[in-house]
Design a protein around this ligand. Structure first.
Ligand code: PBG
Length: 329
């Protein structure tokens, strides 16, 4: 029985050493994955809706990856802002071995080798002229199986460029098994698949779409393939399918508004589960700081710790480098 005054829960909170001793979860730099945007230009292009985040040219992206490595961040995730003249209805640039993201992957791997993991998204939205993640029919409906066939080629292209992990973020049915088969067939059995398994049709992706240049192009929404924010149990079915199809790890996205999903997936499956603290969440924190509503370092560390407490193995966050520097002292 826990009865006051015999039991006083404040007793263990009274000093720093004691709080450290009883702490249930801890955040480490090894929990962080840093998403980076690549531009075909040279240098740095700030992104207005993501203050503090920029797109970087291929040469500069290597420096970003080096900074991540030096801060003990295990992996970066790359997203290209494809030049407009390389976007098309069929997103064919996605499997051009000389496309922007492939050049960035190769440059990082050349410079840093196995010192850092490189994750590359599999989905067509940075490459399509309509901004959808797949091929569309005359009514704008995103076709499943025809899209999966393109994603297989894209995944092999990314693997051949040197990606260590491919991360399908498209939400087509059956793509994990198809991509696993295609990778193995192409002699890329060592490449991991981190599946965006429970990805919701969220209003928190806006700044990301600015960053990859798809916001102005996108007509309609992504609700015919991304999940309904009202559904939780369905996430378990999504994850179960991807596990059966060979995913090495799964992701829940967005992050903080979906911590219940993170906790549920972590409790029900025995593979690593990552959370993506997405662009709109980052922007909310930065806006709060700019408005004087909170202290930046504390907001960063508290939100990231919350992911660990919910059961996440790690977090994709635009705050990764800042967080790592705080954790490294
Ligand atoms: C592309 C993709 C998106 C994000 C990651 N991969 C956007 C979308 O589905 O529209 C969002 C990440 C973020 O908002 O930070 N399929």
């Amino acid at each position: 029985m826990s009865i006051y005054p015999t039991t006083r829960l404040r007793r263990t909170r009274a000093s720093q050493w004691s709080r450290a001793l009883v702490r249930e979860t801890s955040l480490s730099t090894h929990d962080l994955i840093w998403p980076l945007f690549v531009t075909s230009g040279d240098g740095e292009e700030p992104i207005a809706s993501l203050p503090g985040v920029s797109r970087w040219g291929v040469r500069q992206i290597v420096d970003r990856a080096r900074a991540a490595r030096d801060a003990h961040i295990p992996a970066v995730a790359l997203f290209p802002n494809t030049p407009a003249d390389r976007r098309s209805p069929d997103g064919a640039e996605a499997h051009n071995p000389d496309n922007l993201v492939c050049r960035a992957i190769a440059a990082i791997k050349d410079a840093l080798g196995d010192d850092i993991g490189v994750i590359a998204d599999v989905a067509l939205d940075p490459y399509t002229s309509h901004g959808q993640d797949g091929l569309v029919d005359d009514n704008g409906y995103v076709l499943n199986d025809a899209t999966v066939a393109v994603l297989m080629r894209q995944a092999v292209t990314l693997a051949e460029a040197g990606a260590d992990i491919v991360a399908p973020s498209d939400m087509m049915d059956g793509r994990i098994g198809a991509i696993r088969g295609a990778l193995d067939e192409a002699g890329q059995a060592r490449v991991q698949i981190m599946s965006y398994a429970a990805k919701y049709a969220s209003a928190f992706y806006g700044p990301f779409r600015d960053a990859v240049g798809s916001r102005g192009l996108l007509k309609g929404d992504k609700r015919s393939y991304q999940m309904d924010p009202a559904n939780a149990r369905e996430a378990l079915r999504e994850v179960a399918m991807d596990v059966d199809e060979g995913a090495d790890s799964v992701m829940v996205k967005p992050g903080l508004p979906y911590l219940d999903i993170v906790a549920m997936v972590a409790a029900n499956f025995d593979l690593p589960v990552y959370a993506y603290q997405v662009s709109g969440e980052y922007a909310m924190i930065e806006a709060a700081v700019a408005a004087g509503a909170g202290e930046r370092d504390a907001l960063i560390l508290e939100t990231l710790t919350a992911f660990k407490r919910a059961g996440a193995s790690g977090v994709l966050t635009y705050h990764a480098l800042d967080a790592a520097r705080l954790l490294n002292g």
